[in-house]
Design a protein around this ligand. Structure first.
Ligand code: NI
Length: 154
């Protein structure tokens, strides 16, 4: 299995759970917050989708500037947005060559370091996993009790 295929599998093992949680958020709950200072549910989910896409876009093209690029999307349905950006992110990772994973990214202006693309992708995974844990709390707070495991294999 190529590195790209391994990474796609790793990404999807967590993203499929994120999607399952997002699909439980109906429109009436888009503004739901577990505490007064929390991010609204739709904003949190959108942040996850756009962030991973930006990480992958920068990793694939070896261009850190792509990470800071602001994303605007007219799609208002969260489930549809999730499907679209999961597919776009998957395609970016899938199209990476073995060498792309080792290419150094100059992130000195953002994080003060230079790191290989594979480590940058690991940061994307850590970020996804962090916010996915939060989504569990959100969805439970909306009244859902039938929730997935934290990771989906196979
Ligand atoms: Ni974040």
């Amino acid at each position: 299995m190529s590195r790209a295929q391994q990474w796609v599998q790793y990404f999807l093992s967590h993203r499929h759970v994120t999607l399952e949680l997002i699909n439980k958020i109906d429109e009436a709950h888009y503004g739901y917050k577990p505490t007064p200072t929390s991010m609204p549910a739709k904003q949190l989910a959108t942040h996850m989708l756009f962030s991973f896409y930006s990480f992958a876009n920068a990793a694939k093209h070896g261009d850190p500037a792509l990470f800071g690029q602001k994303i605007e999307d007219p799609e208002t349905n969260l489930a549809k947005l999730a499907e679209t950006y999961t597919e776009k992110t998957k395609q970016l990772i899938e199209s990476m060559s073995d060498d792309d994973f080792d290419r150094m990214l100059d992130l000195t202006s953002i994080f003060g370091v230079q790191i290989p693309a594979k480590q940058f992708l690991q940061m994307a995974m850590d970020h996804e996993i962090h916010h996915k844990g939060q989504l569990f709390v959100y969805v439970r707070g909306m009244g859902h009790t039938d929730l997935p495991l934290f990771v989906k294999r196979g």
